[in-house]
Design a binder for this molecule. Structure first.
Ligand SMILES: [Zn+2]
Length: 383
């Protein structure tokens, strides 16, 4: 078993082994017959390829009599050993870094948070490294670290642009690998959360779905034919200034009623503060709306209707089977559900079947878990 006290070296799986491990990770436990069918491998090849994975402690024979690895027990289904590897995921926001440790199946086993008092790249890297050190100390074997943030990230782990930190061309992967002495993967936060939703969340059973996040910003991720839509412009927050309400407040760029103006937590707080004269937190605004406060209800319903219209845009273009609503502001979808449904229905063709809606647990742990999943994928896919 690979559960000794030292970190595993960074050796991504390759070739057929990664296909096998991936099938068992995402769909296990699987019988050998089912695994052979899914991978198109002969029984002999399967035995040859799974043996080292079982010996390395990554796969295990599950079910009654598990652990009996004598040959001649081919009916035992194979499953992954989730804690054969652990992964740290960190989400960087404007005022804090949030971290989790997960198993290979992305189950969170510990979490922690550090305030961010400074925003220069070396200072932020110091805080992240400190958090990684604390979290990695709580599990026996950390294979890799995933870090996500709102911004455009290049394949080599350079943050080309992260306006909320005032960063351009920051070699974040390099800064963090120097400090943590661990393999680090850096990704855009919405793309990371979309991948987590795809592999281990509400998108698992769907080859076509979309994730819409609301919080400090507005984000959209799309999976089509089981693949994340990505490209040079991914991670720019392309729908963040999409016009949603001609009567809405202006965003910092001056667009009236754009997605940023209507849906971000800061804008919703400011609208209520301007009308009431005192600043309430986003959670307090939603509580007030829930309790029937007229002003808060109006602002929250305007936001809900705008969210419905944004979901309609995404549905009309990306044709998702389900639209998942996530991000730290996702509770809006519960509190303003009627307005959301009305906004969605108003912008769909009457003949169109509306997409199913799912609301994720809102919170920064979910973002950090998304970052961990990017590290898991890099390990399992060997890329
Ligand atoms: Zn705008």
């Amino acid at each position: 078993m690979v559960t000794s006290g030292t970190a595993q070296p960074w050796v991504p799986l390759a070739g057929q082994s990664h296909r096998l491990a991936l099938e068992v990770l995402l769909h296990g436990p699987l019988s050998r017959a089912e695994l052979a069918r899914r991978t198109d491998l002969s029984a002999g090849s399967l035995t040859r390829l799974t043996k080292p994975l079982v010996e390395a402690g990554l796969l295990v024979e599950a079910g009654p009599g598990a652990g009996d690895l004598r040959p001649g027990r081919p009916s035992q289904p194979l499953d992954i050993v989730p804690d054969a590897h652990h992964f740290v995921g960190v989400k960087i926001t404007g005022d804090a870094v949030h971290g989790v440790v997960t198993t290979l199946r992305a189950d969170v086993v510990a979490s922690a948070r550090r305030p961010l008092d400074a925003r220069t790249p070396p200072e932020v890297a110091d805080v992240v490294a400190d958090l990684v050190h604390e979290l990695a100390g709580q599990v026996p074997n950390v294979t890799a670290v995933g870090v996500s943030l709102g911004g455009h990230v290049l394949p080599d782990g350079t943050v080309q642009r992260a306006p909320f930190l005032g960063w351009t061309d920051v070699p974040l992967k390099q800064l963090l690998e120097e400090r943590t002495v661990r393999p680090v993967v850096v990704a855009n936060d919405v793309l990371a959360l979309t991948e987590a939703t795809h592999w281990f969340g509400e998108g698992r059973a769907h080859s076509q779905f979309a994730l819409v996040t609301v919080g400090a910003g507005v984000g959209v991720g799309v999976v089509a034919h089981d693949r994340l839509l990505a490209g040079p412009n991914a991670g720019l927050g392309l729908l963040g200034h999409h016009a949603l309400d001609p009567l809405g407040p202006p965003c910092p760029l001056g667009h009236r009623g754009c997605a940023t103006a209507m849906l971000t937590t800061g804008s919703i707080e400011r609208q209520v503060a301007a009308a009431r004269g005192d600043l309430l937190s986003y959670g307090e605004v939603l509580d007030l709306a829930d309790a029937g406060d007229e002003l808060a209800r109006r602002v929250v319903d305007d936001a809900g209707r705008a969210l419905g219209r944004l979901v309609a845009v995404v549905s009309n273009v990306a044709l998702p089977e389900v639209v998942v609503l996530g991000g730290e502001g996702a509770r809006l979808a519960h509190v303003a559900r009627a307005a959301l449904d009305a906004g969605l229905a108003g912008d769909l063709d009457p003949l169109a079947e509306p997409p199913a809606l799912a609301v994720q647990a809102a919170g920064f742990d979910a973002w950090a878990r998304g970052a961990a999943v990017i590290a898991i994928q890099t390990y399992v896919l060997g890329r």
